[in-house]
Design a protein around this ligand. Structure first.
Ligand code: ZN
Length: 445
């Protein structure tokens, strides 16, 4: 197994910063000294130029003596960004090269905006190049199934990174028509594909017309949690290996990526400092214990964030990675703090429970879950898109059987908290091909 290329990449960034030998081996202690230097710089920048952080950090110690001192600083939330995104910006407006506007959910009702300078975007391109080289080499043809049209969009930055790596980017965009995307993959001789889990699943399970198998050796799934059932379905359809990427817009679009061991992400530790904390009090949890993922930017100048709450739940894998990396490994993210619904006492249903059950059923392309009558005897409604060649009654029965094996559903059904499950199967699309994270919809009580 090959060691994650992120080790050498991060070692070279640390060495460059301290005028050391750029080919020196990875050294954890040197990385942590670098992180502390960058953290102090980021705090100075934020206190000097961000109106929000000047207020937010008013009671915090002026200078951090160690990385552990970071825990004395307050957390930053999505609502802090929504309330006044410009208050977090540390450069003049004309230095901002890209603004990303995210959903308008949340308590303030205003959209979340994240601002990047050209240098911030270059850092992301650099990470994409290093991260993709886990499974991509010069000469690979990389099909990009993420938004590519606007300059600075995630797909556009990835395409630049692939050119820097000597690979050939194929700019496609999110998958609306799986048959067409498959034809492009074949015609262009794609060897690597990067996209949204359900978009790649729809391509892998598309059986309408005999299309040539893509020659993909690797697939990278991004933008949402990756159910094992989707990985299995893709690896069954095509002779390839599926990898996970973890990144959010606030992280600068890229955060971490699987190595060949594929058991969790190695992280972009020279640019981002990650913590896993107890969501109730912000204190770090023990390795192996689940908590909320929180990160601090170390090299961003446009809009640095300090101890930003991602809302994602994960844990540190305590044992060393079999790939030999000295970077830490964060478990794959499957659940969000808000992405769970309590059907009844001891019966918390998560999107990933549903994903693992429903996507494991042959022919399932996509589905949407909704809880109606929450609080009383609830009804769970599952609308499923099934591949056209799969007989609908058989698919319906398999899905119903799979749902009734989910422990939270078994418990809620036996206690009477869940009254019924309504499974609707059809060949129609159940959601638009967006990049939004999938979650259980809950009707108002
Ligand atoms: Zn590894």
């Amino acid at each position: 197994m090959r060691r994650s290329p992120l080790d050498a990449w991060i070692a070279s960034l640390v060495a460059a910063d301290s005028a050391g030998d750029p080919s020196a081996a990875f050294d954890r202690a040197a990385l942590e000294r670098y992180q502390l230097r960058q953290l102090r710089k980021t705090l100075r920048l934020a206190r000097t130029h961000s109106a929000f952080y000047r207020r937010h950090l008013a009671g915090a110690p002026e200078e951090l003596r160690s990385l552990e001192d970071l825990q004395s600083l307050p957390l930053t939330t999505a609502d802090d960004i929504r309330a006044n995104p410009l208050g977090l910006v540390c450069v003049s407006q004309d230095e901002i090269n890209r603004v990303v506007t995210l959903d308008s959910s949340g308590t303030t009702g205003s959209p979340k905006r994240v601002y990047f300078t050209r240098a911030d975007q270059a850092l992301t391109v650099d990470f994409f190049e290093a991260g993709m080289s886990v499974f991509t080499a010069a000469g690979d043809r990389v099909l990009i199934l993420l938004p590519v049209e606007r300059p600075g969009s995630v797909g556009d930055l990835l395409a630049t990174a692939m050119e820097n790596l000597g690979a050939i980017p194929i700019r496609y965009g999110p998958v609306r028509d799986p048959a067409e995307a498959l034809r492009v993959a074949a015609d262009e001789g794609a060897t690597v594909a990067v996209g949204v889990p359900t978009h790649l699943l729809r391509m892998a399970r598309h059986g309408l017309e005999p299309l040539p198998l893509p020659r993909l050796h690797s697939v990278l799934l991004s933008t949402d949690h990756v159910p094992a059932a989707i990985v299995n379905a893709i690896e069954t359809a095509w002779p390839c290996r599926v990898y996970n990427h973890y990144g959010t817009t606030e992280m600068g679009l890229g955060g971490g990526v699987d190595c060949e061991a594929r058991r969790g992400y190695h992280l972009r530790e020279a640019d981002l400092l990650f913590e896993v904390v107890d969501p109730a009090n912000g204190r770090p949890v023990m390795d192996g214990e689940r908590g909320e993922v929180v990160f601090t930017t170390l090299t961003r100048t446009g809009m640095p964030v300090i101890r930003y709450r991602t809302g994602d739940l994960g844990h540190w894998l305590p044992d060393p990675c079999p790939c030999g990396s000295e970077l830490r490994t964060l478990s794959h993210i499957t659940t969000r703090v808000a992405g769970q619904f309590a059907l009844g006492p001891g019966a918390t249903l998560t999107q990933v429970d549903l994903d693992e059950a429903v996507f494991a059923v042959d022919g399932v392309l996509d589905f949407a879950a909704r809880v109606t009558r929450p609080g009383a005897a609830a009804e769970l409604q599952i609308r499923v898109q099934v591949a056209p060649l799969r007989p609908l009654p058989a698919a319906h029965d398999d899905i119903a059987l799979a749902l009734h094996a989910i422990p939270a559903i078994v418990r809620a059904a036996s206690s009477g908290d869940l009254d019924s499950i309504d499974v609707i199967v059809a060949t129609d699309r159940v959601s638009e091909p967006t990049l939004a994270k999938r979650s259980i919809a809950v009707d108002a009580q």
